[in-house]
Design a protein around this ligand. Structure first.
Ligand SMILES: *Cc1c(COP(=O)(O)O)cnc(C)c1O
Length: 374
């Protein structure tokens, strides 16, 4: 059997190890230190737009703190894109709030502006205005930023931009991770760059950044004794891991190019295969193509293909199962149009790592062509 081809694996650039060695040599083995500050400025310089970045232990922690900073609490409702990874929605529950799931549109697979407005109006009619909107740039494809933020502004509801999968993507030439009142990034092992585990909260308001760091470091007041006036968390990023992040930021643009060329290579290779559909970027959008995804004709074919590839030691995955289909969220209010259910049935994520070789890509392509006897 040929070696395993994974969906998405870490891809070190080369300098990460020397940043780590520096952390050891200087004994900054702690959840603070020069690499944490350096990593934050690397991200700020990359995102621009006067962003302030707080480096945290995970993207999930960043969403949790983001909701706290947006004053989401017990009994509140938060609108969340249904088609996403569960980490977008779980922190709503941590806060004792209720998620309200909203379906997607077909051009980006992300939260649909019409459904969003229907949901907001209906929640207001039922007596509760949503406290925040969590919109996600799924697989690196920017959501319809102008349309979504226009709806959010009309009803004066803040947007928490889940950019966990979209570092390196842009919308009208502006980097994803800078549109929300608060945005978050993830550096988990499968993301476009990784610190093995880590995340960041991004905001244009320096006070909010300071508050995020305060909450992430146990909410310790400025006093000699350990004085606490609020509940804190231990969510800061380790200086050792931030060192990995500094090395990864040096190669981020290369990683984006590599993932984008994977996508182009797949799309080009399957252009005569009518069964398979790829979704192009809408005008003004630039996707980092974190994962290369395609649509098959049906759930049966998607699953048949997935198993055929698995038998050849090639890992693929269905698109994220929508949150409104998850048993854990079965009682949550939802506003559906059928799009995310359809995408879940038909969609498959292909091996997408920036370190895939041409040989590996060709193995995937010929396996898929064989499946369709093309
Ligand atoms: C990965 C991911 C997260 C969570 O990030 P972690 O760093 O793994 O906690 C949140 N939202 C989306 C859409 C993700 O893909």
């Amino acid at each position: 059997m040929e070696s395993k081809i994974w969906l998405s694996t870490p891809h070190m650039g080369g300098n990460e190890q020397s940043y780590i060695n520096n952390a050891f040599e200087t004994n900054w083995i702690a959840p603070l230190g020069p690499h944490v500050n350096g990593f934050e400025s690397d991200i700020q310089n990359y995102l621009k737009q006067d962003s302030h970045v707080a480096a945290l232990s995970s993207g999930t922690a960043a969403i949790h703190l983001g909701l706290i900073l947006l004053n989401v609490g017990k009994g509140d409702e938060v609108i969340c894109q249904s088609k996403t990874f569960s980490a977008s929605a779980n922190p709503i529950i941590y806060q004792g709030a209720t998620p309200v799931f909203v379906d997607s549109e077909t051009s980006t697979w992300n939260i649909c502006p019409e459904q969003l407005e229907i949901a907001i109006k209906d929640r207001i009619n039922k007596g509760k205005k949503p406290k925040a909107i969590i919109a996600v740039h799924l697989y690196g494809m920017p959501y319809q930023v102008d349309a979504i933020h226009a709806v959010a502004n009309t009803y004066d509801i803040p947007v928490l931009e889940d950019s966990a999968e979209a570092l390196g993507s842009t919308y009208n030439s502006i980097k994803c991770g800078t549109f929300g009142d608060i945005a978050i990034l993830s550096f988990n092992g499968n993301k476009i760059i990784t610190t093995s585990g880590g995340g960041a909260l991004v905001t244009k308001n320096i006070k909010l950044k300071e508050k995020a760091v305060f909450l992430a470091t146990q909410a310790r007041e400025k006093a000699v004794e350990y004085l606490h006036e609020s509940i804190g968390y231990n969510y800061r990023l380790s200086n050792v891991l931030a060192g990995i992040g500094r090395g990864q930021m040096e190669v981020l643009n290369d990683r984006v190019s590599a993932r984008r060329s994977n996508y182009e290579f797949y799309k080009e290779s399957f252009k005569t295969l009518e069964e398979l559909q790829f979704v192009d970027e809408p005008q003004g959008s630039f996707s980092n193509r974190w994962l290369s995804c395609m649509l098959t004709p049906s759930e049966e074919i998607r699953e048949g293909l997935r198993l055929a590839l698995e038998a050849l030691n090639i890992e693929t995955r269905p698109l994220w199962k929508p949150m409104h289909q998850q048993p854990v969220f079965k009682d949550a209010p939802k506003y559906l149009n059928g799009v995310s259910d359809d995408l879940f049935e038909k969609g498959l994520c292909l091996p997408s790592g920036s370190n895939l070789t041409e040989y590996e890509l060709n193995r995937v392509i010929s396996a898929i062509k064989t499946y369709f006897r093309a």
